[in-house]
Every structure is written in C-alpha cells, then in structure tokens.
Design a protein around this ligand. Structure first.
Ligand code: CTP
Length: 219
C-alpha cells in the first residue's frame, strides 16, 4: 500500500530572520512513518522543519517549510496514495506581508496582520476518491470529542486521532501519547498512554492501514 504521511510544524516567515510556528516536534508523524515502513508500505513523508533524523526505508522524503509548500507537496503526492495521514501541525495563519528587509523596532507595540493558510486536509477531503483513506489529527485543549468529530465530518475524513494538548504525557513535544480514534462510521477506540511508536502502530492497525493486523482490536 502507498501511504502518505505529514509531520512536524510549518514556519510562516515574517522577514528573513523571523517566523511564526508552533511546538510540534514531528515525533508522532515520524513514528507513523517508521511504523508504515516496518509494515511494508511504500511510504512518503512530507516533513516541516524538525530536529529528527529521516526514517530509514522511505520511498520518498520531502522537506518543506511553509503551509503553502506543504500544500503543494501533499496535493501532488495524494493522487498516487492509498492512504494519507495528516499529522503535521500546519499553521492556520501566515503574515499577510513578508518583509524582505528585517523589521526594525520602532513603536512600543507592533501589529502583525495575518491571513488564513490553506486547510490542506480539507483540500484532500475534497480530492479524495472512494478507494482512498484519509486520516487526520485533532489537537485540542477543550471539548475534544465534539471538536474532533466536527473536523472528521467537515474535512471528509475516514478517521481522526484526537489528543489533548494540555495534559502531561501527550501532545506536541512529548515522547508518549494517548489518542482517541473516531471513525466516520461511528467507531471510537482509545489508545492508552504509550510511546509514540507504539501509538503509531496501533493507529495503523485500528484504521485498517495494516489490514492484516486488524484482528486483535477491542472496540
Ligand atoms: N490541518 C491542515 N491544514 C491546516 C490546518 C490543519 O491540513 N491549515 C490538518 C492537521 O494536519 C490535522 C487536522 O487538520 O490533521 C486538524 O488540525 P488542528 O490544528 O487540530 O485543527 P484545525 O483544523 O486547524 O482547527 P482549529 O484550529 O479550529 O482547532
């Protein structure tokens, strides 16, 4: 199976020195890519800037910086993929203007105008064929279930993996995670706290990406 995975943050440049980004370490997405390679899938990883080593055995590694770069790469790769898993923490806004010169300090306050970036996962949801599987993530601090199911439906996903950003042992920079998977068919499966590698393997099993391993599930 051909599996497309995104990982890491994006960076939205303000000037040649500065950017807006987020705390994503890329660990969950890289763990998913490693698990997909291990399961024998032809795996393409599109990664925003992070400090991790490229997993061995990938079919392709595409390094990107901004949300616009990631959108271009992912939309080019998606038609050839059987499954796409969007784990990247894509910036929702970017500075409206990029200043080619370094912004100098002047007043006591500085207002930066931001504009929306493309919702890449929603774009994939519109492009998705009946033979493709689309899996997203939802990182939440409040109303996790309601928000995750809203994103699942709005973005035309098959599954969404929801996790809390505000609890210890899970989320952006942690080495461990716990997620609840929701499917468009109404299934709900909790993956208890474990290393991101173990959680990645469970996500591939539960969502049917690793079809042969589906037997040992408790839903
Ligand atoms: N995502 C994306 N493009 C964006 C923003 C998010 O593809 N511009 C994807 C993420 O990769 C993730 C899913 O959408 O798989 C949900 O991301 P999240 O940040 O939790 O939610 P948002 O859709 O950005 O909604 P909100 O900021 O309102 O929580």
């Amino acid at each position: 199976m051909k599996v497309l995975i995104t990982a890491g943050p994006t960076r939205e440049a303000l000037d040649p020195m500065r950017f807006i980004s987020n705390r994503s370490s890329g660990k969950m997405g890289y763990a998913l890519a490693e698990a997909a390679v291990k399961a024998g899938h032809e795996t393409v990883l599109v990664s925003g800037p992070c400090a991790l080593t490229q997993p061995e055995g990938l079919a392709k590694f595409i390094s990107v910086v901004s949300a616009a770069d990631m959108a271009e790469a992912v939309k080019a790769e998606f038609p050839a993929a059987d499954t796409a898993i969007m784990c990247a923490a894509v910036a929702d806004y970017r500075p409206k203007k990029f200043s080619a010169s370094k912004i100098k300090k002047s007043d006591d306050t500085l207002v930066i105008e931001l504009e929306r970036t493309e919702d890449i996962l929603a774009s994939l949801g519109k492009m998705k064929r009946a033979d493709q599987k689309l899996i997203g993530f939802a990182a939440e601090t409040d109303d996790m279930e309601k928000n995750a199911i809203g994103k699942l439906q709005r973005k035309n996903l098959d599954w969404i993996a929801a996790n809390r950003l505000d609890l210890p042992g899970q989320g952006a920079e942690s080495n461990t995670n716990t997620v609840i998977l929701f499917s468009v068919k109404g299934e709900q499966v909790t993956i208890p706290l474990a290393s991101k590698r173990e959680v990645a393997e469970e996500i591939l099993k539960i969502t049917g990406v690793n079809e042969s391993c589906k037997g040992n599930l408790s839903i």
